[in-house]
Design a protein around this ligand. Structure first.
Ligand code: XMP
Length: 317
């Protein structure tokens, strides 16, 4: 019978055996899978695991620092790389969704390789691959393959000739979460919603600027904090705000405004393949709308997305 405790004991022993005294490098994303995988590897080999966490400029508000702080609490050896400006420069003028994904994925690989090369004698690559990733990447369904190519922090090229270490390869998400709790990883990290690798870049429709990132971070932060405060966060599978490339007229005091619109999205789902829009209470939506419009200058209108997948998708890009 499978228990998280047995899994941890067996896996740590097997990792020790497999890795020996070799050095492992791993890209961390702040997500559940990579954090649980890294913690298991860390239990086995301690500081010979070298984590790399890149700030690509399109993370959620304050996420870079808070994730690094959590890693420090767990005891992981992680280097945080502030690469915001490189990403903004590379994204400038790009408005096509797939092009934005390509730019972000490509630059991420460059930066990861630069950092990995600084580590002496590194010969193994840790990854938080879980069982559904394994199945999806061998399936022939076009769209899921396309998505997977950008998924998480995987998809690193094999030009580095690193041997893979994937301790979660046979687990489902709920099992990963149970293992994470067994390892003492804080709940706030274990229970996080999924967040796409290209981050807020695919929630800012059209061209990305640093100013737009800040606007969206502010609105998204209000939304997510409110979901938590009203005990709604755990009832939805994923939620976030989207900055629309639409300005509309509003009125503030006795002044006319002409500002951006934010769409709020929240869905219920099992695996992200299909999803229903979440029936959040009107009172709650009204509260969030007021908070955003009153405190984020540059946004004067908030709408709620009531589309399900299919035919819509969870993300807008
Ligand atoms: P869609 O929008 O296709 O999203 O309904 C389904 C799930 O996949 C996530 N998603 C991505 N994750 N890179 C990722 O790492 C991507 O390019 C990407 N596109 C969508 C999305 O957030 C949702 O959880």
């Amino acid at each position: 019978n499978w228990t998280p405790a047995h899994f941890v004991t067996d896996t740590v022993a097997a990792l020790k055996e497999k890795i020996g005294d070799r050095q492992v490098v791993m890209a961390l994303s702040g997500g559940v899978d990579s954090t649980v995988a890294a913690t298991l590897i860390h239990r086995a080999i301690g500081p010979n695991l070298h984590g790399i966490f890149v700030d690509n400029g399109v993370l959620r508000k304050d996420e870079f620092q808070s994730v690094l702080d959590t890693y420090a609490t767990i005891g992981l050896n992680v280097t945080g790389i502030d690469a915001k400006q490189r990403f903004y420069d590379a994204l400038a003028g790009k408005s096509d969704p797939e092009q934005k994904r390509k730019v972000i994925g490509g630059l991420f690989i460059d930066i990861f390789q630069e950092e990995a090369h600084r580590i002496e004698n590194v010969s193994m690559l840790g990854q938080g691959t879980i069982y559904p990733d394994v199945i999806e990447s061998v399936s022939v369904h076009g769209p899921s393959v396309t998505i997977k190519s950008h998924h998480n922090v995987g998809g690193l090229p094999d030009t580095m000739h690193l041997e893979l270490v994937e301790p979660l390869r046979y687990l489902f998400k709920d099992e990963v979460r149970r293992v994470g709790r067994e390892l003492g990883i804080p709940d706030n990290l274990i229970d996080r919603h999924p967040f796409p690798g290209p981050g807020l870049a695919i929630r800012i429709l059209g061209e990305i600027t640093e100013e737009k990132v800040q606007l969206l971070q502010a609105a998204d932060d209000i939304y997510v904090k409110a979901l938590k405060k009203h005990n709604l966060y755990a009832t939805v599978w994923q939620a976030g705000a989207i900055l629309l490339p639409v300005k509309s007229v509003g009125v503030m005091g006795d002044e006319r405004t002409y500002e951006f619109t934010v769409a709020l999205r929240a869905v219920t789902s099992v695996d992200g393949m299909t999803a229903d829009w979440a029936h959040l209470p009107y009172e709650f939506l009204g509260y969030v709308s007021n908070e955003i419009i009153n405190s984020v200058r540059g946004i004067n209108r908030v709408v709620y997305d009531i589309s399900s997948k299919p035919p819509a998708t969870i993300e807008w890009e």
